[in-house]
Unconditional design. Structure first.
Length: 446
């Protein structure tokens, strides 16, 4: 039940926020539309039971206070404060519940010493707990930021105390990209698959931000400020214009079949066939894992008949292998009749192999000495034990490949040839592939 707020004993100071509707481009990605969801203030008591308040210039819970929220409309700044150890929550709960589509949260956060292990922003709703993702502040290393999600809580930024940090959180539900991407100061610090439908909150997610977490001894009175928080929907993560838009879904392979990948093509659904072209692969709970002992790097190949196409592949390389000298993922096409000794379109998401620049490489690759034609290169890096999604778009003689916030694009006459094999290769260190999706590509005329 919603209750009226009290200021040091029961008075609420309410005000009306001026709102309007407009279309804006978010700082990260394309096609975003700004929207203005209703907000509520959540403040908790010493028993960690939260009460819902209407947003006002100042809301204080308890006397003496447990937690407070203030809003400076001139500076467009919200301040969240927990007093001593009498509360674990001062947050804004956005009423932006969503099951499908894309959402982006954007704002500028500052947190101060001695804050430790407090949530700064979260995507609420999960199938395994309460939340799908939390951005948390820690005391270590001059104030650090960690991102808590289903694969752990990696620290992604240090020396954060007292300085303003730009935050963009992009959530693409399963129907529009199936991943969550976090940018800090316009740098992609984490990207991972969604693959999770909440079992709480009527199967929907929503956003919260502020200061939330049990206060630890020596870290009392934490303060968090958020400035210029904005909300967007219905966009995509690429900062480059898409070459194509998705048409008919032609293949969605979770790589659970066949039971054993052999050197001969084996049938999949809808007329597709697959084989282990080089080396070997094994099934794991996390995905199809490569096994290399000697010879050619691991490769799987799909028999197909494609022209204009979009391919999406989820991959990662494992830290416990040889990532320092042979880690990459490739998505390529061949036509052995029209160009028998070549990848007529070749891409590299290269972490460490020495023959290509680190980052994304788009090529026509002839299988002979000095046979490669570099079409486009985008420098960057890939980290071990991190899932990435690569998206390759081909329309006519134009191609564009996007991964980890990087995009390489260009043209080559070989790109327009019919494509009779889709080839996915990885480096000699252990890699995992989790999902392969293939769509008809329709030209993006927007």
């Amino acid at each position: 039940m919603n209750k009226s707020a009290g200021f040091l004993g029961g008075i609420t100071f309410a005000f009306m926020l001026f709102a309007h509707t407009t279309n804006l481009s978010a700082q990260i990605g394309d096609g975003w539309v700004q929207y203005f969801p209703e907000r509520k203030v959540h403040l908790a008591d010493p028993k960690e039971k939260h009460t819902t308040f209407t947003v006002a210039p100042q809301v204080v819970h308890g006397n003496p206070p447990f937690a407070s929220y203030t809003f400076d409309s001139v500076k467009n700044t919200e301040t969240f404060r927990l007093f001593e150890n009498r509360s674990n929550r001062s947050e804004i709960r956005l009423l932006n519940d969503y099951e499908f589509g894309s959402r982006q949260f954007e704002g500028y956060v500052t947190f101060y010493a001695p804050l430790n292990d407090e949530s700064l922003m979260q995507i609420w709703g999960s199938e395994t707990g309460a939340t799908e993702m939390m951005i948390r502040g820690y005391a270590e290393n001059g104030g650090s930021i960690g991102i808590n999600h289903k694969y752990g809580t990696p620290r992604v930024m240090t020396n954060c105390y007292g300085r303003e940090i730009k935050v963009n959180v992009i959530h693409l539900q399963e129907d529009v990209g199936n991943k969550i991407i976090i940018y800090l100061d316009n740098v992609n610090v984490l990207e991972y698959d969604d693959n999770e439908k909440p079992t709480n909150n009527n199967k929907m997610n929503y956003h919260k931000y502020g200061c939330y977490g049990t206060i630890k001894t020596g870290h009392e009175n934490p303060v968090v400020q958020w400035r210029n928080v904005r909300h967007f929907k219905d966009g995509n993560e690429s900062s480059s214009r898409s070459l194509a838009i998705k048409g008919k879904l032609l293949l969605e392979d979770d790589l659970s079949q066949p039971a054993e990948y052999t050197k001969e093509f084996q049938p999949l659904k809808d007329g597709w066939k697959v084989k282990a072209w080089h080396a070997a692969f094994k099934h794991t709970e996390e995905g199809l894992e490569s096994i290399w002992e000697t010879g050619h790097n691991p490769v799987i190949a799909y028999e197909c008949s494609l022209q204009n196409v979009i391919v999406e592949v989820d991959f990662r390389f494992l830290k416990n292998g040889l990532p320092e000298n042979n880690a990459y993922c490739r998505v390529n096409f061949t036509n052995k009749e029209l160009d028998p000794k070549a990848y007529l379109l070749s891409t590299w998401m290269n972490a460490s192999v020495k023959s290509r620049p680190a980052g994304i490489n788009l090529e026509y690759e002839k299988w002979e000495t000095q046979g490669n034609t570099a079409v486009s290169t985008k420098p960057g890096k890939f980290e071990p034990d991190t899932w990435y999604t690569v998206r390759l778009e081909v329309v006519g003689d134009s191609a564009q490949v996007t991964c980890n916030g990087m995009t390489a694009a260009g043209t080559h006459p070989k790109f327009r040839l019919p494509k009779t094999q889709l080839v996915i290769g990885v480096g000699k260190s252990p890699h995992q592939i989790r999902r392969v999706r293939v769509y008809e590509a329709l030209p993006n005329l927007l």
